[in-house]
Structures are given as structure tokens and as C-alpha cells.
Design a protein around this ligand. Structure first.
Ligand code: T4K
Length: 372
């Protein structure tokens, strides 16, 4: 019999309800619900300041900006080099544009696309690279960007996990041609469903804003077969309020991360990803990797054991995207091509990580890791 409340892998950041009601009243009074309303405009402005980026376009989720990014860069055919160690939306966005995903293995230190393996995957059909800052760990952008430059490729960073992440004080969202964010309820910063695209010129933002509104430019002109990716006023209001508390939430997550690290350092057979002092992390996820031999238990056995203790971790990102039905027959999906990603996917377990975890919760989780 389980007596305590379940401890889930994440918990949404929720605005103060009274303040949210006041915003709702303003929306009701204005009778303006979507299509670039005033909350939407305010949130875009506030996010450029908070994130340290120049041009941002809000979306209704984090998948549509990925799809739109490829379209905006004019990529209509060819191959896109990407990581298999991500959420399916990354590869789906390539598929939705009629492009072919080419999987390249990852770096065991960060879990991100390994730049040293990219060049051998480039062919005359390659048009872009789509890396992911997995768990908010910054990619090796210097090497990726220099390969892209040399081979004349576009770079779209899937930065769904990288809200507020900075390297040497600078937002990593300024890297590449385009970066995208997810504001899903499970993320560090959320708008229920939501997302954004970060680009580097007013012209590109104008084009993106057209593309997320069916391709409309003005009332009667359609510039391209765009999509409906617009964020509505209610979610934008939710996002404005969450922006006020996201730093406190990140700090609360930081504390949990420190407690986990100190405990896991003493456990043989479990390890976590390294942290670097020049990075401002957002602590969106806390993945651990289980070495079955040393730990004396497989990742899946640990996952089930935690569930029996009412602790619900998640195996992000297992199974690898390259093993999933739509993609498993691509030549690059062969597991011999992806040994590091295969190993990490088989060992990973994301422990509960969010701003609402109490000391007791964290202690309970840590005890459950050690009471073998
Ligand atoms: N690129 C990357 C690298 C991504 O990770 C994602 C999304 C995207 C692109 C696409 O962005 P979006 O289009 O989704 O904005 C979740 C999220 O749905 C997804 O946004 C996220 N990545 C992915 C990694 O995880 P699930 O299937 O794990 O969610 P679910 O419903 O199983 O919930 C997970 C936990 O959160 C549960 O313990 C319950 C808790 N939860 C969940 C919701 C929805 C709550 O407490 N409250 C809630 O409202 O996918």
C-alpha cells in the first residue's frame, strides 16, 4: 500500500491565480483573444529582454517553430543531420518538411550531437544540421558552426530544453541560424502549451510571423503555404506571469540538483552529467545513467523500483528516435552507427526535478536509490 502522494518527474510552473484572473479580465474586456494581441506583443518584448535575444516569435507549441524554421530557411529537399537522442518532435519536424533525417552519434559527456562525427555524414544532399541542447546542456556550437560554414549548411538548434541557458554570460539561443524553444507545461518555463522561434533579423522575424499565420502578408496576400502556429492571449498572459517567477523556480531546481549530485557521488554505478562553471543552467532535467554491473540493478529495474515507491522518473530519451517505426529503416538509424546514443538511451533515467520538490521528497528519492 502506498500512503504518500506520488512524486512526479515534473510539476508545472503555475502563475498566481489572482493575478491570472486580473489578466483574464483584461482579455475579456478587450475582446481580443488571439492573432498578435497585446498580451502576445508584451510577452515577445519581455522574452527578448529576459532571454537576451533580439528577435523572437511566439508559437502555440515547441514543434511548430521547428517545422517553420526549416521552411523559412528555404529547405525543401535534401538531408538534415540530427541527433537520435531527443524527443521525437525534433526528427518529426524534418519529416514534415519532406527532408530526410540523417542520424549522427552523440558525445557521451553532454549527450549532444558529436561534432567530430558530423563531417563523415555530410553528402552532396546535406542542407542543414539540427542539433539539440539536450537537457539544456549547450552543444559545441563553435565546432558545429564552423563545419556548417565550411559546407554551406544551415544550423537550427532545437533549444526546447534551453530556456534561459547562458554560456559565458551570453544566451545560447543566439547560436546558429535559428533556435527554437518549448513552453510546454512540463518545462522549466511554461505557457501550458507554447513555444518560440529565435532569429537574427527583422526580415526573418517578419517572414516567420507570416508563416505562423498561414502565410498571410496583409489581408489578401499569401506568401507561402504557412501553418497556424499562433499563441493566443490567455497563454501569453500565463507566460507573462510565469516570467516573474521563473528565476526562483530555477534556483529551487538548482538546490535539488546539488542535493542529488552530493548523494549520487557516493553511489557506485550511477553517474550524472558534468556541470561547467561558465554555464548558467536551468536544471530542467536531472538524468542519471545506470551502470548495471556496478550498481547491481538495471536501469529498468530501478525505474520500476522507484515506481513501487511512488516515485515516477522518466526514461527521457528512450527509446532512441532512430529505433522508432517511422525512422528505423533509414541507413543512419543502424545501431552500429549510434553506439553512444544507444548506450545512453539504455542507461538513462530522469529523476524527478522541479521547483515544488521538498527536502523530504528529495531525501525519499535518494534513499530509494541507495536501499538496494
Ligand atoms: N524538442 C525537444 C527536444 C523536446 O523535448 C520537445 C518536447 C519538443 C521539441 C516539442 O515541444 P512541444 O511541441 O511539446 O512544446 C513531454 C512534453 O509533452 C514534451 O513537451 C517534451 N518535449 C517531452 C520531453 O516531454 P511526456 O509525454 O513525457 O508528458 P507527460 O504527459 O507524460 O507528462 C510528464 C510528467 O509531467 C508526468 O509525470 C505528469 C507531469 N505533468 C504533465 C502535464 C502535461 C503535470 O504534472 N502536469 C501537466 O500538465 O512529454
Amino acid at each position: 500500500m502506498q500512503s504518500s502522494e506520488p512524486i512526479l518527474v515534473t510539476s508545472p510552473l503555475l502563475p498566481n491565480m489572482q493575478e491570472f484572473n486580473q489578466y483574464l479580465q483584461q482579455i475579456w474586456d478587450s475582446r481580443w483573444l488571439t492573432n498578435n494581441g497585446s498580451m502576445h506583443q508584451k510577452l515577445e518584448h519581455a522574452l527578448t529582454k529576459y532571454l537576451g535575444v533580439e528577435y523572437i516569435s511566439l508559437f502555440t507549441n515547441g514543434t511548430l517553430p521547428l517545422i517553420t524554421a526549416l521552411q523559412a530557411l528555404g529547405l525543401t529537399k535534401g538531408e538534415v543531420i540530427t541527433t537520435p537522442y531527443s524527443f521525437v518532435a525534433t526528427t518529426h519536424s524534418i519529416w514534415w518538411n519532406g527532408l530526410t533525417p540523417v542520424f549522427v552519434d552523440i558525445d557521451p559527456v553532454t549527450g549532444n550531437l558529436d561534432p567530430s562525427k558530423i563531417e563523415s555524414a555530410i553528402t552532396t544532399n546535406t542542407v542543414a544540421i539540427m542539433p539539440v541542447h539536450v537537457y539544456g546542456q549547450p552543444c559545441n556550437n563553435e565546432q558545429i558552426d564552423s563545419i556548417a560554414k565550411k559546407h554551406n549548411l544551415k544550423v537550427i538548434y532545437d533549444a526546447a530544453h534551453a530556456f534561459g541557458v547562458r554560456k559565458d554570460g551570453e544566451s545560447i539561443l543566439n547560436w546558429g541560424d535559428i533556435s527554437t524553444l518549448s513552453f510546454h507545461a512540463t518545462k522549466v518555463y511554461g505557457t501550458i502549451e507554447g513555444g518560440a522561434l529565435i532569429c537574427h533579423s527583422a526580415e526573418m522575424k517578419y517572414q516567420i510571423d507570416n508563416l505562423k499565420n498561414f502565410g498571410f502578408r496583409g489581408e489578401t496576400t499569401i506568401v507561402a503555404p504557412g501553418i497556424n502556429g499562433k499563441m493566443d492571449e490567455v497563454r501569453a498572459a500565463f507566460g507573462l506571469l510565469n516570467l516573474k517567477q521563473v528565476d526562483a523556480a530555477i534556483e529551487a531546481r538548482h538546490k535539488v540538483s546539488t542535493q542529488y549530485r552530493q548523494a549520487i557521488d557516493k553511489i557506485d554505478g550511477l553517474h550524472y552529467l558534468s556541470e561547467y562553471p561558465n554555464i548558467r543552467y536551468n536544471y530542467g532535467y536531472f538524468p542519471i545513467f545506470v551502470d548495471e554491473e556496478k550498481y547491481g540493478m538495471s536501469r529498468d529495474a530501478l525505474y520500476e523500483k522507484l515506481k513501487a515507491h511512488n516515485i515516477f522518473g522518466r526514461r527521457y530519451f528512450y527509446p532512441l528516435i532512430s529505433t522508432l517505426n517511422p525512422y528505423k529503416d533509414y541507413p543512419s538509424a543502424n545501431s552500429n552507427n549510434l553506439p553512444i546514443a544507444t548506450k545512453m538511451a539504455n542507461q538513462v533515467l530522469c529523476l524527478p526535478m522541479h521547483h515544488m520538490l521538498s527536502n523530504d521528497d528529495v531525501e525519499k528519492i535518494i534513499n530509494s536509490l541507495t536501499d538496494n
